[in-house]
Design a protein around this ligand. Structure first.
Ligand SMILES: Cc1cc2nc3c(=O)[nH]c(=O)nc-3n(C[C@H](O)[C@H](O)[C@H](O)COP(=O)(O)O)c2cc1C
Length: 185
């Protein structure tokens, strides 16, 4: 039996990523779960940031940012970047980072196996949430992990129970499992 609860965005799993921005020599990494794919072609994502976050003003100004996928070994630093604001503490040295020649204002975390460089296409504000619809202009992937199961990436997911998770077993293949249903019918 189901029970109606208050309206919450009950979608699982929530990927946890680090959003990075850079102005001059200062960089800032913010932990976010409000990130979603909006399409593969063109490659689009959307991120939602609270208007008061340190990163938000930078994304608004520079209109560029990075999305860095963390792995389990980075968990305490990931959580820390979600607890402490760049307004109060310099988060530049928590991770080793570099930049690419075309996007010198976008810091990429070296130990993240995947980094996306994003440019803002549109901003929509809903109450205190600044929602940035963004284009992915560069994607950098750890060579050894390309084509490997996500188990080997050990990504970090989050639940509305305030717990961090990682990916479980592979249970099927996209565009193939449906054939089994068709055969049954
Ligand atoms: C697991 C987790 C997920 C979070 N997701 C978001 C999010 O999606 N959007 C957001 O604005 N803040 C989110 N936060 C809160 C910010 O990361 C936090 O307020 C951070 O200190 C802001 O940093 P800044 O001021 O340096 O940008 C999250 C925090 C945690 C721990």
């Amino acid at each position: 039996m189901k029970k109606e609860v208050k309206p919450i965005p009950f979608l699982y799993p929530i990927p946890i990523v680090l959003l990075g921005v850079k102005i001059e020599q200062r960089v800032n990494f913010t932990t976010i779960g409000d990130v979603a794919v909006m399409g593969l072609n063109p490659p689009l994502i959307v991120v939602s940031l609270h208007e008061n976050h340190f990163s938000t003003q930078w994304v608004r100004t520079i209109k560029q940012f990075s999305i860095n996928l963390p792995v389990q070994e980075m968990l305490s630093r990931v959580d820390f970047c979600g607890m402490v604001s760049g307004k109060d503490e310099d988060k530049s040295n928590i991770f080793q980072w570099n930049t690419t020649p075309l996007y010198p204002n976008v810091p990429l975390i070296e130990e993240s196996p995947a980094n996306l460089i994003c440019t803002v296409l549109q901003e929509v504000q809903v109450e205190k949430r600044c929602i940035f619809i963004s284009n992915i202009v560069q994607t950098w992937l750890e060579e050894d992990l390309i084509d490997k199961s996500l188990n080997q990436w050990s990504p970090i997911a989050y639940g509305l129970d305030n717990r961090y998770y990682t990916i479980g077993e592979v249970i099927g293949t996209g565009y193939k499992e449906g054939q089994k249903w068709k055969l049954k019918a």
